[in-house]
Design a protein around this ligand. Sequence first.
Ligand SMILES: [Zn+2]
Length: 488
Amino acid sequence: MKQPNRKRKLAMDSKEHLDPDGCLEQAEEEKKPRDGTTSLSHVPPAATQGAWSWEQYLKEQKAIAAPVELFSKDQSFPEHENGFQIGMRLEGIDPRHPSVFCVLSVAEVCGYRLRLHFDGYLSCYDFWTNAGSPDIHPVGWCEKTKHKLHIPKGYRKDKFVWMDYLKACKLQNAPKKLFRNRSSTGPMPKEFQVGMKLEAVDRKNPSLVCVATIADIVEDRLLVHFDNWDDSYDYWCDVNSPYVQPVGWCQENGRTLIAPQGYPDPENFSWTEYLEATQTNAVPAKVFKMRLPHGFLPNMKLEVVDKRNPRLIRVATIIDVDDQRVKVHFDGWDHKYDYWVEADSPDIHPVRWCDVTGHPLEVPHRANDVKILPGQTVCPTPGCRGIGHIRGPRYSGHHSAFGCPYSDMNLKKEATLLDRLREQTQANWESDSSHSKSKNLCSLKFNGKHEMVNSQPRWLSLYSLSWAAKSMPSALRKSRLMAKPSCS
Ligand SMILES: [Zn+2]
């Protein structure tokens, strides 16, 4: 399961290191691609290769654009410009560990989007987000709101002071005015409190509704944590999200409620007993409000961030819908690349969003679009221009199926990256109290005994699934295990 050689190679390849002052330097892979590909800056965005326009395309396709009113504030045209600049420091949520707030820097700015980098970590963990994302905050936010800040690797927890870090490394913090004005839906009703229980959909396995806890509240959003599961299943949502329901919802609606991992008698889970055993309260049912249906319909066109290559936004069509999601098809691509995306995902945008925000738009390719120069090595995947890499933003491009995010060999891989936080040693985990909040919430007390599943280092809990398997329905076991990020 473990591949120490590969891990060592990644570490050796790293260009990130502490300079003599102890400051972190950033990788510059984009300037020097390692696998012989053209630097991204030399590849013109597809939309500039000839005159392509939405107007003409919609006419040709006899299709309609998804109406702007269907898009949320986070998806629609921004009210402000993206004022972030490369190198600026900020605080933000790690998308793979939504309960963890980290020291981040702006690695790239494109239109209204940012590529953010975890200070002290390889750039393969960089991720893209919108400049108006509620997941990012100015320097000092964690201290102000009493959240634990996950500091750059190589720094001692007790020694890290933001201002000293910025000063010593001659870094700039992102000015507060660049962060969006929050709370579009008003403040969180006071009935929602950290530690309270509810029933929530597992977004990685949307057919499952599970016992969950409010692990955190920030402005108008709450962090859903599944009892006795690690935080990779956590997610942030607003109180009107169709994914959160009051205690008893499953019973009322004839659905199966998935008990916490390790619950002694999962088939006969009792909320009354559980709330008593954990000495917790349920969120009052009356404060839940149902959001209106999303309104997206098949055949509507839109612009969608390609999850396989998140620096790219493509022309896309909705080909199917369910209550919470839309299935997107990238125009000009094979249907094997279609996938379901949340209707409220910040990665879907109305037609012309790229144009308005100054982001390149990947338009549907036609066979004669691709002009191959003599001696040029190109990716063999139809439609792929060699941009991006299966290993993430560490490499800007590829020229073979091996690195191609769309090749058959890579298509089945859910995630090829190692977990950034699993790089840490056991010792780090044991001394790291960043998850103490969720640990406490998850301490179960069944029959007078404490089952401290999450008090284990999390890397260890990943290997304890076989134990959990004994008390889980097989369908859940299978889907949950399949949803685990691959560590091979
Ligand atoms: Zn490719």
